[in-house]
Design a protein around this ligand. Structure first.
Ligand code: SF4
Length: 342
């Protein structure tokens, strides 16, 4: 089975800018970018990023706002915010070389068991599995495993199974599994007739492909109404840095407050308490819905004016000219609101 899969991979794999080389920096960066994100989206971001930050040393010296700007639109910004601390650790603790030891690499910010396995196996051919949702799907079908993939404990079981079946050529085998999951053994309608390992596939024999992987019901996302405050003072608009923890952590954005029915009162009391300002002429401007991992934000942009040019230490704020906004990596939902403005 392993030989067939490897032969198929060598002929059929997609040419991607981080592939066919074993540079741990590029592998790490691509794997972080690929979390929750389509390959086609990542390619351009990766190329732009690598042009600016050619090495881990370059990235270690970067400033966070520039990194976030390059990341703008890719989503899940906590990934971007962990890049610099991770690069700094590699430079300061490991002389600029990603460690070859699992116990060390797993301590890097933003590196979990999948990313650690991917870097170590692809860059250094170390015997380690790299198991994500794609690989769990392939193995659950190939070996007809009925472990529930929504249960966090199942990952360990899949990792052990992959570990036990790794051939000598780990770097290509792990990539071949990922590629098969992404292009042939897809979640819906797997292309079994084109599959290089079909004769080994237990689920195919039993016609159970659509029942593997086993997955219990999804947890419902919470829906929240949020008012996004576009506060003007003369020809400036207020931008704040969001807290270092939680949703959109550390990003520059307009102030946001959750509300339940009484938007205007909520906005006024929030701005008075957190920014020590009173606002007038609150006008509803635009609406968008943005889906996060566990949450759906129903976002309404309210435009308003303040007589006072507020200056508070926390949250950190800036008053910007309208055309300066484009220099900041605003989260996607905020961009949509600006585009939809009346
Ligand atoms: Fe997936 Fe079908 Fe191949 Fe089995 S035969 S591994 S279900 S694509």
């Amino acid at each position: 089975m392993q030989t067939k899969l490897l032969d198929w991979y060598h002929i059929n794999h997609r040419k991607l800018p981080w592939r066919d080389q074993f540079d741990p920096y590029k592998i790490w960066l691509s794997e972080i970018m690929l979390q929750q994100t389509q390959v086609t989206t990542v390619i351009d971001y990766f190329n732009r990023f690598i042009k600016v930050y050619k090495t881990v040393q370059d990235l270690a010296q970067a400033d966070e706002d520039s990194v976030l700007k390059l990341w703008e639109g890719l989503g899940y910004y906590s990934r971007a915010r962990r890049l610099i601390p991770c690069a700094k650790m590699v430079v300061e603790l490991f002389d600029g070389e990603f460690p070859k030891d699992y116990a060390k690499i797993i301590k890097l910010p933003g590196v979990g068991s999948y990313t650690a396995g991917a870097i170590l196996s692809i860059a250094y051919n170390i015997k380690l599995p790299a198991v994500d949702g794609n690989v769990m799907r392939v193995y659950s079908r190939l070996f007809n495993m009925d472990n529930d993939i929504s249960d966090a404990k199942s990952k360990k079981i899949f990792e052990e199974k992959v570990f036990d079946t790794l051939p000598e050529d780990r770097r290509h085998y792990n990539q071949a599994l990922m590629e098969l999951g992404a292009t042939i053994c897809t979640p819906k309608s797997p292309k079994c007739m084109k599959c290089p390992i079909q004769t080994h596939c237990e689920a195919f024999k039993l016609n159970l492909q659509s029942e593997r992987p086993k997955k219990s019901k999804k947890i419902k996302k919470k829906h929240v109404n949020v008012a996004v405050c576009y506060i003007k003072h003369h020809n400036k608009v207020l931008l704040m840095k969001r807290p270092g923890e939680g949703l959109l952590a550390g990003m520059w954005a307009f102030p946001v407050v959750e509300y339940d029915g009484r938007a205007l009162e909520t906005i006024q009391s929030y701005l008075k308490e957190d920014f020590l300002i009173e606002v007038d002429d609150i006008i509803e401007q635009s609406f968008t819905k943005h889906v996060y991992t566990h949450l759906v934000w129903h976002m309404t942009l309210f435009e308003m004016t303040s007589d006072i040019k507020v200056t508070v230490d926390y949250p950190q704020i800036k008053w910007l000219d309208y055309d300066e906004l484009k220099n900041y990596a605003l989260p996607k939902g905020f961009h949509k609101l600006l585009e939809n403005r009346k």
